[in-house]
Design a protein around this ligand. Structure first.
Ligand code: ADP
Ligand code: MG
Length: 920
């Protein structure tokens, strides 16, 4: 039972107020066919909309089954329209882009009925109105009468208590009108039907009650219904149920709608995708470039580790100090009144010496060996490599059978005779940093390994003899990689070359030719060099005899050890007797064509196994054990390392000279007295005479003379000096530490870790090193990233533009679909449902834009890569959109279009359903 209690409704348009309903009171029975008659503009539609909950009354009350609708919330109204009311409109109001079946299903869809149920009930309703055959047609494929029957089927499908029909026959011819009226009469058998019409005959013929409306007031009522207290009964609160529409429904509505405007949807998506394409392209390219840089970094870092040496020059402090010390501006400060000293060169020299620092690598190695040290997280795949200054000499025979020392000097000769030019020619271009360091510090290392020998970088773990970086970047052109201590490889450069001098040093070319060549150089003559190639087999045939430093000392009759490394005969004897280790060249290697790093310098490469063997051999050698047994006296001359006072020194000097044989004594005398005596006079004397006169001189000499002689010619050095000369190497005290990383970031991390180490270390244990690569290149990645961000910021503008565009298009769509909104609301869709429909639409467009953009980017990357390869002259820069970035961009596109659509879809939701339905 429906009670309309003096309801008023006014429309305000500007200043003008239109009274649509003016205190209408009407009670409707649960089962009757009411026809509302009245001229146009009399308020019939307004009354019907108020009864159907599409419009709100200003005054009065609408009581449904005893419950005042004043208490109704939006939800209740939605539910009321969905479950209790069925609407039939003059203009049918079918959704044009949906099939008839879908149109009828709509009310059920909104109430959340399952799909099969929906199908079944919609078919039944369509059959009921005689349209069983046409279910898959679109509304525009039907006649007006058929459309109105669809509308009636739609109104009935929810089996509502009330059917409201607003001029259902208004647009139909009289025959069809009769059919529709019959149908409605049928419908009215078991429910309340309220029909607005201005056709009195039809009303008379079919309706059970006629209410006449004029200017918003009831003029007559053919069958008034007086509700008495008893009749009204107890108010019954019917559960309204929930009008609910799933998101899928919203989606399918929008999909269908977009399907009718494919071209526009495509163009919109395409326009929206341009911003996405822009960003995706920038991301692809910067991704490609960054990957390339990462690769380069990894490769660079394998060849440029952070190197910490025993002695290091603090280059940065050197540069900063020399910039300030004795600068030109400072000099200008002096007044023009006298002579001022310019100490800048002294200052520079001082800076140079003070910037050389000793690193305590033993303490640092302890830190590195601690697995908890923070530095380990930054260490790359090649790990930390320790270098040890093992000391040995290596000898080999040239094709003529002459014994050659691989340090570049034929056995028994001294290099010092060579002219500057010859020395320059022979000094290897790959001089290690240690040798340049010794040039700076003035220290020489006579037993040091020959410069043409270098250790092949071992793998990061103990088992791997040769690091993968080496095997990846070098190919074996003949033979194989070494597998043990006694096997070495000959390393060529990428052009299969090896320095000529190294070939002589390794005995692969005759030493006599080298001598001729040197003679020509010294005589400033034109030098003829050989450029003939050598077979790999020649190199593989070569054997090298390695003699560790400790084995270059022999114990003589006096019980002291004597150095024989500079004695040609004794060395020849040593080599021939097979004392040393025989090294076999087992392979010839060269860098691969696109080698990223050339870790090995041309010459001989030996393995870590040899280094280990040398360390162990030296530790157990007789001279070392003897020296270690008596740390106070030098095994070389039996003298004390550090005499307590001058008397002891003088005594030591006497003992020492006494122990010398005649020729040694004579040569010592020559060097001491050479300055004071006439050289011609000296030359005339025999060795015996010189020695004798020297003895005489010493016999009368005072202690001070002897102390001077001791200090200048005898001084035994220290215990450590001796051990170092014998080649003793402690595994705890590497000569250099190389820390490999995989990226600049990791390298920065290492630098930071070393800084932290220094902060907590003792003053003497602080580590200094120069980070050359870091100085040069760390900013490259940052620059690429900054450029990418700036470009993305620019392109983002186009995303904003496309979002606005999509907002506008959604707005147009809202305008276009106003009627549909009205229909949906009339069916019981809530505001939320309506906005969902439009959100679904913008979501679909956003998704299309995103997918289109990402898809096009993937396609565009092909030509872009060709262009990049052409201009960058490398195939290694590959623009590629990462899958994550792709997904993120699609999501971004959806989110942005959703944001763009928010305002229009809100507007759609707020749309007054009654007004929406009135729009044409
Ligand atoms: P009917 O259906 O009897 O022709 P309506 O109920 O549609 O009449 O309209 C009643 C009156 O209210 C008319 O004068 C009409 O102009 C006015 N009216 C209806 N809807 C609106 C509206 N949304 N805004 C302003 N005036 C309206
Ligand atoms: Mg009307």
């Amino acid at each position: 039972m429906l009670q309309i209690k003096s309801i008023s409704k006014q429309y305000r348009v500007g200043d003008f107020t239109q009274k649509a309903l003016d205190g209408v009171s009407l009670n409707l029975r649960d089962n009757e066919f009411v026809a509302i008659l009245g001229p146009s503009g009399s308020g019939k539609t307004t009354l019907l909309n108020i009864i159907g909950g599409l419009d709100r009354y200003d005054d009065g009350d609408l009581v449904i089954n005893g419950i005042s609708t004043k208490q109704y919330k939006d939800r209740d109204w939605d539910s009321y329209r969905n479950h209790t009311i069925g609407f039939v409109f003059q203009s049918y109001n079918l959704i044009p882009h949906q099939t008839i079946l879908s149109n009828v299903e709509l009310a059920l869809t909104i109430s959340g009925v399952s799909k099969s149920q929906r199908r079944h009930r919609a078919r039944r309703a369509l059959k009921q109105v005689g349209l069983g055959e046409h279910i898959n047609k679109k509304p525009n494929q039907l006649s007006g009468g058929q459309m109105q029957r669809v509308a009636i089927a739609r109104a009935l499908v929810n089996n509502p208590d009330i059917v409201l029909a607003d001029e259902p026959t208004g647009a139909l011819d009289s025959d069809t009108s009769v059919q529709i009226m019959n149908l409605l009469k049928e419908v009215a058998k078991d429910r309340l039907v309220v029909m607005v019409t201005h056709n009195p005959e039809l009303a008379q013929q079919y309706a059970t009650r006629i209410v006449e409306l004029r200017d918003g007031s009831i003029r007559s009522d053919s069958d008034p219904f007086e509700v008495t207290g008893q009749q009204s009964g107890e108010p019954v609160h019917r559960t309204m149920g929930k009008a609910a529409m799933g998101f899928t429904t919203a989606l399918s509505l929008s999909l269908n709608n977009l399907g009718t405007k494919k071209a526009r949807t495509f163009l919109t998506s395409f326009a929206g995708s341009i911003g996405i394409i822009g960003i995706a392209l920038i991301m692809s390219v910067s991704n490609g470039v960054n990957t390339y840089i990462d690769d380069i970094q990894r490769e660079t870092m394998t060849s440029y580790p952070i190197t910490i040496e025993e002695q290091s020059i603090d280059l940065s402090s050197l540069m900063s100090q020399s910039a300030t010390a004795g600068g030109g501006e400072e000099g200008a400060d002096h007044a023009n009144d006298g002579i001022y000293p310019d100490d800048s060169s002294i200052q520079r020299a001082s800076t140079l010496t003070t910037s050389i620092s000793e690193n305590n690598l033993t303490a640092f190695k302890e830190y590195l060996d601690d697995p908890d040290s923070e530095i380990h997280q930054y260490v790359g795949g090649n790990g930390i490599q320790y270098s040890y200054d093992v000391k040995f000499s290596a000898y080999t025979h040239d094709p003529d059978g002459t014994l050659v020392n691989t340090d570049g000097v034929t056995v028994g000769e001294s290099a010092s005779n060579d002219s500057m030019a010859a020395q320059m020619a022979t000094s290897t271009p790959y001089s290690s940093s240690t040798s340049s360091m010794s040039m700076l510090t003035g220290e020489t290392d006579e037993n040091a390994a020959p410069s043409s020998f270098s250790e092949i970088m071992p793998g990061a773990d103990e088992e791997t003899l040769i690091s993968q970086v080496v095997t990846d970047n070098y190919e074996v052109v003949d033979g194989a990689w070494p597998t043990g201590a006694d096997e070495v490889v000959l390393v060529l450069n990428e052009r299969n070359e090896i320095p000529l001098t190294t070939l002589y040093e390794l005995g692969l070319l005759p030493a006599s030719d080298y001598q001729t060549m040197m003679d020509q150089l010294n005589a400033d003559e034109e030098v003829e060099t050989t450029t003939d190639k050598l077979d790999y087999a020649t190199a593989l045939d070569q054997t090298i005899t390695l003699i560790p430093a400790c084995d270059q000392y022999v114990k003589d009759d006096s019980g002291h050890w004597r150095y024989i490394g500079d004695d040609a005969d004794e060395i020849t004897q040593l080599v021939d007797s097979g004392t040393g280790t025989s090294l076999r060249i087992v392979g010839v290697v060269k860098p691969v064509e696109d080698a990223q790093t050339t870790l090995l310098s041309p010459g001989i490469g030996y393995t870590r196994a040899l280094t280990d063997d040398l360390i162990d051999h030296t530790d157990s050698s007789a001279i070392v054990t003897e020296q270690q047994a008596d740390p106070d006296h030098s095994v070389l001359n039996g003298l004390e390392f550090s005499p307590a006072d001058d008397a002891a020194k003088a005594q030591d000097a006497r003992t020492y000279v006494a122990s010398l044989d005649v020729s040694d004594k004579a040569s010592m005398a020559r060097s001491i007295m050479g300055s004071s005596m006439d050289s011609a006079q000296l030359a005339a004397m025999s060795e015996q005479q010189i020695a004798d006169s020297f003895d005489q001189y010493l016999a009368t000499a005072g202690d001070d003379v002897l102390v001077t002689i001791y200090d200048r010619y005898i001084s035994t050095g220290t215990y450590d000096d001796n051990l170092a000369a014998f080649g003793v190497v402690s595994r705890d005290a590497p000569s250099a530490i190389n820390i490999y990383t995989d990226s600049f970031e990791a390298k920065d991390g290492i630098s930071q870790a070393i800084e932290n180490y220094n902060a907590s270390a003792d003053e003497n244990d602080k580590i200094t090193y120069t980070d050359y690569v870091g100085l040069l290149m760390s900013s490259v990645t940052t620059i690429v990233n900054v450029i990418s961000y700036v470009l993305i910021a620019f392109v983002s503008v186009s995303l904003v533009v496309s979002s606005i565009m999509i907002g506008i298009i959604t707005y147009i769509s809202v305008l276009e679909r106003t009627k549909e909104i009205g229909i949906l609301r009339a069916m019981g869709a809530s505001k939320h449902n309506v906005s969902q429909v439009f959100n679904a639409e913008t979501g679909i467009i956003g998704l299309c834009s995103g997918l289109l953009g990402v898809g096009l980017t993937v396609l565009l990357n092909f030509p872009i890569n060709s262009i990049l390869h052409y201009f960058m002259e490398t195939d290694e820069v590959n623009a590629a959109l990462s899958p994550v970035a792709g997904v993120v961009l699609v999501v971004l596109s959806v989110v942005l279009t959703l944001i763009g659509g928010i305002i229009p879809s809100r507007k759609a939701a707020k749309q007054d359903p009654a007004t929406a339905l009135r729009t044409e």
